[in-house]
Design a protein around this ligand. Structure first.
Ligand code: AKB
Length: 339
């Protein structure tokens, strides 16, 4: 008999750390953490299986298919927007090749188990492209079906993988005699910039906000790489994990779509700086603009419309900008740096 598990890829990542801890409290099913590197010791107690490997290694995925019964996949492994721009071909291989491999695993598992496999895919505000600052500033909250013109390989990959997931869940091998409709229960959230207190961001373009807070907490100077008026949607990692779990627990017939926006607040970089200074008045935060990374942030919407998530699966952030700092970011980051 194969061992029942929930599979989390990118387990060592920012979302992986928080999600694995939450899943260990919310689900009785054993968890498998899969990552390119050995699992961090901080998350090992929260998984029953850990595997070091590459999501591009089909033999590895075949081994998982043979030895385990996978009821759900949280596919978090990805190369983010800034890092992807230095190596678009590698980003495509990992972000798209890895995702189609995991979707194929989900389909194989569903066929062999005779039950649907739930599949969470973290998409991103990077799928949007506002094509000018005027368009961005005039657009207002952007809904899921607007401005889907990504300007990074990461955004292109995420938008394509959203459609891959919909294909696998609704149209897979549509000329076959037997329909595979519904075998893969694909669900996705276009995540905004995320602020985690437990992990440092790696390779993203929204990293300026979390980097600023972590550097201030360590009393280290920070050179913000975007202008002070740069505005994109953000949320705390705590709210992101809550949103992911809430979407995955929602009744399938309550969902009007496969891909949803969520957001909590959209402060400018300058407002992040001012708020950070109220808690760390000695912090040294200035601006050394990286024009290339600035152009990426300028292509992303200032706000997104998350009314469909609120309507379909009762999404509601726990934190607004003020409470995020007061009740989550500052207390948790002071614990992390023993301040
Ligand atoms: C990035 O900056 O690339 C990510 C994202 C906004 O999806 N954090």
């Amino acid at each position: 008999m194969r061992k029942p598990i929930i599979l989390i890829t990118g387990a060592n990542g920012e979302i992986g750390h928080g999600l694995i801890r939450s899943l260990s409290q919310s689900s009785q099913t054993d968890k498998m953490g899969l990552d390119l590197d050995n699992l961090d010791k901080s998350i090992r107690p929260h998984v029953q299986e850990s595997l070091q490997g590459n999501i591009l290694d089909r033999n590895l995925l075949e081994r998982i298919n043979a030895e385990f019964e996978v009821s759900a996949i949280y596919h978090l492994a990805a190369i983010l927007s800034t890092r992807g721009e230095f190596s678009p071909m590698t980003a495509h291989d990992v972000n798209v090749g890895g995702t189609i491999n995991l979707l194929h695993l989900a389909m194989e598992q569903s066929i062999s188990r005779g039950q649907p496999v739930k599949f969470f895919f973290p998409s991103s505000i990077a799928v949007y492209g506002m094509n000018s600052l005027d368009a961005k500033n005039l657009a207002g909250p952007v809904s899921e079906d607007e401005y889907r013109h990504p300007e990074t390989i990461y955004g292109c990959n995420k938008l394509y993988c959203e459609n891959l997931g919909i294909y696998f869940s609704r149209f897979y091998k549509r000329l076959s005699a037997v329909s595979s409709h519904g075998r893969v229960d694909f669900r996705s959230i276009r995540l905004p910039g995320l602020i985690s207190t437990q992990t440092l961001p790696a390779g993203g373009t929204s990293d300026f906000a979390p980097e600023m807070i972590h550097r201030a907490a360590q009393n280290k100077p920070y050179h913000c790489f975007v202008r002070d008026d740069s505005t994109i949607p953000f949320m705390t990692m705590e709210d992101a994990i809550n949103a992911i779990l809430k979407l995955m627990e929602a009744e399938e017939d309550s969902l009007s779509r496969s891909v949803y926006n969520v957001t909590s607040f959209s402060p400018s970089a300058g407002e992040f700086r001012d708020k950070t200074l109220t808690y760390f008045p000695e912090a040294k935060i200035d601006y050394i603009i990286n024009d290339k990374r600035q152009s990426i942030v300028d292509s992303w919407p200032a706000q997104v419309d998350d009314s469909k998530a609120r309507k379909d699966w009762s999404w509601k952030p726990k934190h607004d900008f003020d409470s995020a700092f007061e009740n989550y970011l500052i207390p948790e980051i002071k614990k992390r740096y023993e301040i």
